[in-house]
Design a protein around this ligand. Sequence first.
Ligand code: ZN
Length: 109
Amino acid sequence: MVSWGGEPVYLSRIVFSFHKGEIPKGLLVRHTCDIKECVQPTHLILGTTGDNIHDSFRRQGRLIKIPQTAVDSLRSGQLSIADACRLYKIKVKHAYAIRAGWKRIIRWS
Ligand SMILES: [Zn+2]
């Protein structure tokens, strides 16, 4: 963080707005290179907090693919957690996450 007009801001935000324009409210500046301190303009992209969570899961190899039909039947309550796990070979915790509405963390296929 650096001081900018008396306000503490991330240097990456300043670099981004300098090179690419204003940052829309609610969005973050993210790094395609995964280095937090990096301020290479070409590495900076806009994103949401959700994108960041998504990224950290992906990096940890925890992103899983789940068929859309499994997602739909879990959400609608058509299938129980246990049945969905058996039928689609997904983990119980993932089935719960889907039912709870996690979208960003699990990549639908
Ligand atoms: Zn970088």
